[in-house]
Design a protein around this ligand. Structure first.
Ligand SMILES: NC(=O)C1=CN([C@@H]2O[C@H](COP(=O)(O)OP(=O)(O)OC[C@H]3O[C@@H](n4cnc5c(N)ncnc54)[C@H](O)[C@@H]3O)[C@@H](O)[C@H]2O)C=CC1
Ligand SMILES: CC(C)CC(=O)C(=O)O
Ligand SMILES: [Mg+2]
Length: 352
């Protein structure tokens, strides 16, 4: 089959990691008889440099007219200016909103081979970690009314009942396919938007009597992730809480360079990106871990193209390379073999 993929490499390590993911996709195409056609668009800092704004109508159109979007990351100190209207991150929020990608799936899985890279003690890791963080992606603090003046500033965590219902529904549906345990994370003790969130979760829970629903405050969830992460299976939460908790969960699996994501809506186009940012501190050094991006294209194959065997093949290749002891710097430990971004991409491609 033929697929059109919009590629937004972005800034910092974005181009380095996306190049490796494309190599892997091309090899999958060869092996299984698919043709992936790429069209490059611009987002974030590179778009500011070229067009004076972080997201253009052309990029939105390109994405809307593709079968899926592959994204690297955006941002960096070069664009850290005070004018909030032209920050690279605005482009990222803009494309998520334009495509109405309200569901962000962030699976945090600890690979067996990486148990030594996790900061958790073996008795806490037990048989391993496998959780799904479902983050609401087009509402909340990042999209609410805001103002910045010299004397005061505010952001608003605004949610409609409908916005909460559709993401919590995803939470129940996904939990039902997993271990039937859903943790809804909010801060209903202090935030009104969280009070509504919790009320909706309780109401919707009546339609899913087979799924155990647990309510947890976000600050407690941050702590529980460290002391007892195995209690979590599926987490559903608001945009900002999900952003923070998924970065935390990623480190339990060894590195933020390991965690992929899928951003989905009710339309046809899904967007796939690692959960990390543009890592300006290591950009251009050839040492970034490309695995989160490579696993993101596996999610693309699974969720957008329904190519399950192809997705499994990528995930198994990643596991095989890790089992053989190859590591980028972020997951390196004594006795393993340190490799760079390109070498890691090549190794995974060879194992497909
Ligand atoms: N989706 C996106 O495009 C995101 C963009 N950002 C932007 O990225 C820029 C940098 O943000 P930070 O807060 O530093 O977060 P970051 O995720 O870029 O980096 C945090 C730390 O993790 C390391 N890291 C990240 N990805 C890695 C990888 N693949 N391999 C090895 N190490 C990796 C970095 O070197 C750094 O030490 C900012 O402009 C920020 O706004 C941040 C998060 C997400
Ligand atoms: C612009 C930010 C919301 C990006 C980020 O940290 C993320 O999506 O994980
Ligand atoms: Mg983040």
């Amino acid at each position: 089959m033929d697929f059109k993929i919009a590629v937004l490499k972005g800034d910092g390590i974005g181009p380095e990691i996306v190049n490796e993911a494309i190599k892997v996709l091309d090899k999958i195409g060869e092996k299984f008889g698919h043709k992936f056609n790429y069209e490059q668009g611009y987002l974030g800092g590179e778009s500011i440099d070229k067009f004076g704004k972080p997201l253009t109508d052309e990029t939105v159109e390109l994405c809307k007219n593709s079968d899926a979007v592959l994204l690297g990351a955006v941002g960096g100190p070069k664009w850290d200016v005070i004018d909030p209207a032209i920050r690279p991150e605005k482009g990222l929020l803009g494309i998520r909103k334009a495509l109405e990608l309200y569901t962000n799936l962030r699976p945090a899985i600890l690979y067996n081979a990486l148990k030594d890279a996790s900061p958790l003690k073996p008795e806490i890791i037990g048989d391993g970690l496998d959780m799904m963080v479902i983050r609401e992606l087009t509402g909340g603090l990042y999209f609410g009314k805001k103002e910045l003046t010299k004397d005061y500033a505010y952001d608003t965590m605004y949610y409609t009942r409908g916005e909460i219902e559709r993401i919590v529904k995803k939470g129940f549906e996904i939990a039902r396919l997993r271990s039937k345990k859903l943790t809804s994370v909010e801060k209903a003790n202090v935030l009104d938007s969280s009070k509504l969130w919790k009320e909706v979760a309780i109401e919707m829970g009546k339609d899913y009597p087979d799924v155990e629903l647990i309510h947890m405050y976000a600050d407690n969830a941050a702590m529980q992730l460290v002391i007892n992460p195995r209690q979590f299976d599926t987490i559903v939460t608001e945009n900002t809480f999900g952003d923070i908790l998924s970065d935390e969960a990623s480190m339990l699996t060894g590195s933020i360079g390991m965690l992929p994501s899928a951003s989905l809506g009710d339309g046809k186009v899904g967007l796939y990106e690692p959960i990390h940012g543009s890592a300006p501190d290591i950009a251009g050094k050839g040492i970034a871990n490309p695995i989160a991006t490579i696993l993101s294209v596996a999610m693309m194959l699974r969720y957008s193209f329904n190519l399950t065997e192809e997705a499994d093949t990528i995930e198994k290749a990643v596991e095989a390379v890790l089992n053989e002891g190859y590591r980028t710097g972020d997951i390196y430990s004594e006795g393993t073999k340190k490799v760079g971004t390109v070498e890691m991409g090549e190794l995974i491609k060879e194992r497909l």
